[in-house]
Design a protein around this ligand. Sequence first.
Ligand SMILES: NC(=O)C1=CN([C@@H]2O[C@H](COP(=O)(O)OP(=O)(O)OC[C@H]3O[C@@H](n4cnc5c(N)ncnc54)[C@H](O)[C@@H]3O)[C@@H](O)[C@H]2O)C=CC1
Ligand SMILES: O=C(O)[C@@H]1CCC=N1
Length: 269
Amino acid sequence: MTQTVAVLGTGKIGEALLSGMIRAGWHAADLLVTTRRTERADELQGRYGVDSVSNAEAAKRADTLILAVKPQDMGKLLDELAPHLTADRLVISAAAGITTSFIEERLAPGTPVVRVMPNTPVLVDEGMSVISAGSHATGEHIVHAEEIFGGVGKTLRVPESQQDAATALSGSGPAYFYFLVEAMTDAGILLGLPRAQAHDLIVQAAIGAAVMLRDSGEHPVKLREAVTSPAGTTISAIRELENHGVRAALIAALEAARDRSRELASGNG
Ligand SMILES: NC(=O)C1=CN([C@@H]2O[C@H](COP(=O)(O)OP(=O)(O)OC[C@H]3O[C@@H](n4cnc5c(N)ncnc54)[C@H](O)[C@@H]3O)[C@@H](O)[C@H]2O)C=CC1
Ligand SMILES: O=C(O)[C@@H]1CCC=N1
């Protein structure tokens, strides 16, 4: 059976997901988008050939609705959808912090809700999408969510109680690596390298390290030890990282992200 999927709130993550679904073989005719601005609707229509409709129309026509608005906009969107949405539709939320019960309380009794935390590497089919079932979502609903998000990367099922932590690690995760690359590129400038060269060196080091982390089967400590020669350069750098508390800073940073996700749960954080 052909399924129609609507992406409601097609900003950064909504568009990333939409583009990935089209790459993964979804037909534009089976996809709908909703936007706040008509210029944005025209842009998406031109780029992907998808129809842009109102939220009410999406609720009526789509079998699966992916909610990709900001957590602060979720209450308003659900109020708009509720009069038009029947409990035979699957609702998938990609919003940080928003719980499945927050959504269930605002929709028809029994509506299946799945909470997913994707990340922007869905744009290059290397996403990570962490998936949890709400109280009315069946195994079949989860499999359907895995089919959608699995087309653009890996998926992982977790109990919803772990979603705020997963958001801190995985949803926000790419930003930490971009931040590190930015800082290390600046360090390259300080050491006298041209910016473009510094950027290329650090990005390739990141890609090489990422592939080794994924493919070697080695623990990160082993991989780092193999780079760290006795009385060499790497240990001099590591000592500075430890002196500046980088490990503690990362732990505190991810804890702050987890706490912020919890705060967003109210939908007006
Ligand atoms: N950017 C990221 O890396 C990730 C974002 N998320 C979640 O995705 C959601 C969206 O985040 P971004 O894409 O970064 O934000 P964004 O601001 O780029 O996208 C949100 C879009 O929703 C639209 N919108 C708001 N209310 C609407 C309504 N009633 N009807 C139709 N469209 C509406 C806005 O105009 C905007 O284009 C958030 O809940 C965030 O927690 C989840 C994982 C990763
Ligand atoms: O920063 C945020 O709130 C969103 C959720 C995960 C990544 N970006």
